[in-house]
Structure formats: structure tokens, C-alpha cells
Design a protein. Structure first.
Lengths: 207, 85
């Protein structure tokens, strides 16, 4: 069975790109919260829940929007055949740390429920699935750096052994210093770039 | 009471990240949950934390939130009657 990558995107504090084309610049001097909101506005998304999310989920949601918008998938209501496979290095550490600050001092012990709910990286997958009504397989890997082999092997397995017809996959890293999303859409077929580790590594290098 | 109502609206907007909502957009008599502001169960928990953190009110029965969060007016009166700080 042939698998292909026909759409991919990058989001960094400097810019948002889809299929190698820059969509718009972002101001890297801005705090992450602000540049992510700027990207949200530039992408003309209407989804108030975005503002309640942590930065990792915001980043993942923005990247999924870049991947799905202007595809046939975007309008399909029940996406049971779409999988989401994400990965990063820092898990949900930024939010874990922010949450910890709310419980660190006994005299100021007010655990924040809205921070607590984001203290797992796979919540970012949940936010993508809620927004786009995706009901397929999902998993979040944590690895030191972008690992094309892990993603390739797992996604390939999903297509071979489950009802997966499409998979949104990639790297969504968010730490105190920077953020970076590299998402791609894998689908059945031989048109476009072959889905393999070389393609993924080459695309990742173009960031 | 007007001062408390305004303060409460500003805090709710800040704590619940209600982007684009201004204090004057929140009807004093409208339910906080349901159609109005589109708040969810996590928001309710966050409001319970706000009660304790800002006003020293510890809600022993979370179910009571349904009654207290009936509207801004009800919420403000409850705070005014029970606040410890």
C-alpha cells in the first residue's frame, strides 16, 4: 500500500509556512502567548476555546488548522478514519511547571483546574480531535528530538492494521525558550512525496 | 455592590480567559453557565478557586456552585454576605 505526504506545515516564533510557502511572519520578540494569538488571528480561526488552552495545545491546534484547511477532510463531520500521531521533547513541562507554582507554597495553595487539565501532552491531541471531530487512533510520543523512524513505523502500522485512511502526524514542541510545530498529513496513494523517513527528514530540514 | 459586581466581572474575564468579552457584555441577571458565556465545568472549578483565593470563601459543597453562579447579581450577593477578606 502506498502512502504519501501531500501537505505539511511549520509554525515557529518567526513564521507560519504551508508546503514550503511562507503564509505570514510572526514577531519572535513577542512572548509565545502573543505570537500564537497573532497566528490564530492571521489564520482567521473562530474558536473561543483556543484562548483557554496552554501554549502546546494552541500550537498543535494552529498546526492542525494549517494542515486541514482547504482539504476535503475539513468539511467532513465524522472523521473516524483520521488518526493523530504527535511527538515532542518537552512533553507538557511548561504547563506542569506553571501548575506547580499554584501548589508550591502552603500559604498560597490554590491549585488551578484550568492549568491542571493541560498537564499531559496528549491533551493537545484531544483539542485537535474536539475541534475537527476526529475519532481515529491517537498517540503522543516523547523523544529527545524529531524522530522520523518512530513516526514512520507507527503511522505505517496504523494504516496497515486499523481503519486509518488519513493521519495527521509530526512534531509539536513547546518549551520556555521556543516553540516549533512540524505537522504533515499522510494519506493513501502514490501521488506526491512518498511517506518514508527520508521524506520526513528532508522536509524537517526545510524549517 | 456595583463596585463588587464590576470587580467580579473583570476577575471572571481574566481568570477564565474570555477573549473579547468586556464587563459590560455580561448581563447581571443572565445565567453564567449555559448559553450566555459558554462556560464549562472546568470554568466552574476555576470560579470556586477564585472564591477562596480572592474572598476567603471555601465552598464545602461544590454542588452549591449551581445556585451561586446563577447570575452575576447572585454571585456578588453571595460574596458580599460570606466574604472573609
Amino acid at each position: 500500500m502506498g502512502l504519501a505526504v501531500n501537505k505539511y506545515c511549520f509554525i515557529t516564533p518567526e513564521k507560519v509556512c504551508i508546503n514550503g510557502q511562507k503564509l505570514f511572519d510572526l514577531d519572535a520578540r513577542e512572548p509565545h502567548e502573543k505570537s500564537l494569538v497573532q497566528a490564530y488571528r492571521n489564520l482567521e480561526i473562530e474558536y473561543p476555546k483556543f484562548f483557554k488552552m496552554d501554549n502546546l495545545s494552541k500550537l498543535a491546534l494552529l498546526a492542525s488548522e494549517c494542515i486541514l484547511k482547504n482539504t476535503d477532510l475539513y468539511e467532513i463531520k465524522d472523521k473516524g478514519n483520521v488518526a493523530v500521531v504527535l511527538s515532542n521533547a518537552s512533553s507538557s513541562l511548561v504547563t506542569d511547571s506553571n501548575y506547580h507554582q499554584t501548589i508550591d507554597e502552603p500559604a498560597n495553595y490554590f491549585p488551578s483546574p484550568s492549568l491542571f487539565v493541560y498537564t499531559l501532552p496528549n491533551i493537545a491531541i484531544g483539542e485537535i480531535c474536539i475541534k475537527h471531530k476526529i475519532f481515529g487512533e491517537n498517540i503522543f510520543f516523547v523523544s529527545r528530538q524529531f524522530d522520523s523512524s518512530v513516526l514512520y513505523l507507527y503511522v505505517n502500522e496504523l494504516f496497515g492494521k486499523t481503519y486509518t485512511d488519513y493521519c495527521i502526524a509530526g512534531w509539536v514542541e513547546c518549551n520556555v525558550k521556543t516553540y516549533e510545530a512540524f505537522l504533515f498529513l499522510v494519506e493513501k496513494g502514490t501521488n506526491g512525496r512518498a511517506f518514508d523517513t527520508m521524506t520526513l527528514d528532508n522536509l524537517y530540514k526545510t524549517k | 455592590m456595583d463596585e463588587l459586581i464590576l470587580e467580579l466581572k473583570q476577575e471572571i474575564i481574566k481568570v477564565l480567559n474570555l477573549e473579547g468579552v468586556k464587563p459590560e457584555d455580561i448581563d447581571n441577571d443572565a445565567p453564567l453557565f449555559g448559553d450566555g458565556l459558554g462556560l464549562d465545568s472546568i470554568d466552574a472549578l476555576e470560579l470556586i478557586v477564585l472564591l477562596e483565593k480572592n474572598y476567603g470563601i471555601k465552598l464545602e459543597d461544590p454542588g452549591k456552585g449551581r445556585e451561586i453562579f446563577g447570575s452575576i447579581n447572585i454571585f456578588a450577593k453571595y460574596i458580599s454576605d460570606n466574604r472573609k477578606k
